[in-house]
Design a protein around this ligand. Structure first.
Ligand SMILES: [Zn+2]
Ligand SMILES: [Zn+2]
Length: 138
């Protein structure tokens, strides 16, 4: 396959491109099948016809369910790549137990609302807000 960041040919199983050091499927600049230059919002390669959906796209449903089921562990934050927010969630939920559980309760409500928001947004909105803009809360 070809690296989607630099367009050079790389091993099919490569996790990181040996030429540019970027995960080969994380970018959208080149077709991973034929190496031709592509537009970031292009869905199909105009040269070889292969689908160019970005692999880094996160599932809205998965994020929502993680928030509702494992939100207390910051699972949905880790899933979306929000490491800082994930640790804040963990600290508030578990550290909050020392403070009579009030922060735990508040964070529980926040996590629950976030889960509902994830599940009720459209896929496009979800991707724009949480994958592209990296909105940490709500
Ligand atoms: Zn590369
Ligand atoms: Zn192509």
């Amino acid at each position: 396959m070809y690296c989607r960041n630099c367009g050079k040919q790389i091993d099919d199983k490569a996790v990181v491109c040996v030429h540019c050091g970027v995960p080969p499927k994380a970018e959208r600049k080149f077709c991973n099948n034929c190496g031709v230059q592509t537009q970031p919002n292009q869905i199909l390669c105009t040269k070889c016809g292969v689908t160019l959906s970005a692999v880094k796209q996160k599932s809205r449903i998965t994020a929502g369910l993680l928030a509702l089921l494992l939100g207390g562990f910051g699972a949905h934050k880790f899933y979306l790549g929000y490491t800082t927010e994930a640790f804040i969630t963990l600290a508030a939920v578990w550290g909050g137990l020392i403070l009579l559980g009030i922060p735990t309760f508040i964070m529980g409500v926040i996590v629950f609302i976030e889960g509902i928001i994830y599940l009720t947004k459209s896929d496009e909105e979800f991707e724009a807000t949480y994958v592209n803009s990296k909105k940490g809360w709500f």
